[in-house]
Design a protein around this ligand. Structure first.
Ligand code: G3H
Ligand code: 13P
Ligand code: ZN
Length: 306
């Protein structure tokens, strides 16, 4: 069943759990996400970035996911991740996305508000939910490279004004995570104090980006079959729990699925060096991704919430 963020996130906030947003760019990753969500009877957000849309083609990816979503009983949101322009958000809505993110977090506050409001006005008419972002994540956001030193945590008062002025349906905040597999140099740390402050002032559901767990057993799996992913470090489950307890209701995960994919492909090819059937290779990747998504859904607490 195809739904938007407003159908699932307010319930998550009340229930004290979060819903996972998982990035996809092809058939098998999407199948893995939906299979795991169905098995655990969890609502789920299937997200595509601008690059994923460019890779797959907007008509192909949107028709595939909306079709799969309509054929399942669990609530599924088709969401644009980190949309950088009004035009892309509009294009996604035209193609059946039920939710879009306008990420103008690199613009000054006033311009971020203005662009977000413009997207909200258009999306509301189409019953599409809108996520926006305020603050900056360290690391790489699409083509934008934000150095660690420039990471800016979200200011709680700005977040309150932003939510009121834009009417967005979900708000991504910066509390110390970053995108990718190499998130922390030392001990993983999140600014739960800042999150608490924001959650006290803002009723809009809050979103945590860059939330992959990058578990060592997944990294070891990749490295056992020839990978060289040294010193990758993600957000530990305990910190995800703390974030969810303190108001995060949407948790974005891409890197963990990429690691699962890579582990599956490496494992299959190492164990079957003479095989050359793409379906067999990619089926093993799909299996590994399913295991990763099952793990994340349990951590977010959305099992049996469909
Ligand atoms: O937030 C970033 C996501 O991991 C998407 O990455 O732009 O390479 O598809 P991508
Ligand atoms: P990770 O790189 O931690 O998986 O974050 C993904 C994300 O935030 C997508 O928007
Ligand atoms: Zn993100």
């Amino acid at each position: 069943m195809l739904v938007n963020l407003n159908d699932i996130l307010p319930k998550a906030r009340k229930g004290g759990y979060a819903v996972g947003a998982f990035n996809t760019s092809n058939l098998e990753i999407t199948q893995a996400i939906l299979e795991a969500a169905e098995e655990l009877r969890s609502p789920v957000i299937v997200a595509t970035s601008e690059k994923a849309i460019r890779y797959a083609g907007i008509a192909n990816i949107s028709q595939m996911i909306t079709g799969m979503a309509r054929r399942t009983k669990i609530p599924v949101v088709l969401h644009l991740d980190h949309g950088k322009s009004y035009e892309l958000c509009r294009e996604c809505i035209r193609h059946g996305y039920t939710s879009v993110m306008i990420d103008a977090s690199n613009l000054p506050f006033k311009e971020n508000v203005k662009l977000t409001r413009r997207v909200v006005r258009f999306a509301q008419k189409k019953r599409v939910s809108v996520e926006a972002e305020i603050g900056r994540l360290a690391g790489i956001e699409d083509d934008l490279n934000v150095k660690d030193s420039q990471a800016i945590y979200t200011d709680s008062d700005e977040a309150r004004r932003f939510a009121e002025d834009t009417g967005c349906d979900a708000l991504a905040v910066a509390i110390g995570t970053s995108h990718g597999a190499y998130k922390f140099k030392g001990r993983p740390k999140l600014r739960i104090d800042i999150l608490k402050e924001i959650a006290g002032l803002v009723k809009t559901p809050l979103v945590l980006h860059g939330a992959s767990g990058v578990k060592s057993r997944w990294i070891n799996h990749v490295n056992r079959y020839g990978g060289t992913m040294e010193q990758a470090r993600g957000v530990p489950d305990a910190l995800i729990h703390q974030a969810v307890e303190n108001g995060i209701t949407k948790v974005n995960t891409d890197t963990d699925l990429r690691i699962g994919f890579t582990a599956g492909v490496r494992e299959y090819l190492t164990n079957h060096p003479s095989d050359f059937d793409p379906r067999k290779i990619i089926a093993q990747a799909r299996k590994r991704i399913t295991d990763v998504v099952l793990d994340r859904i349990e951590v977010f607490g959305s099992r049996n919430r469909a």
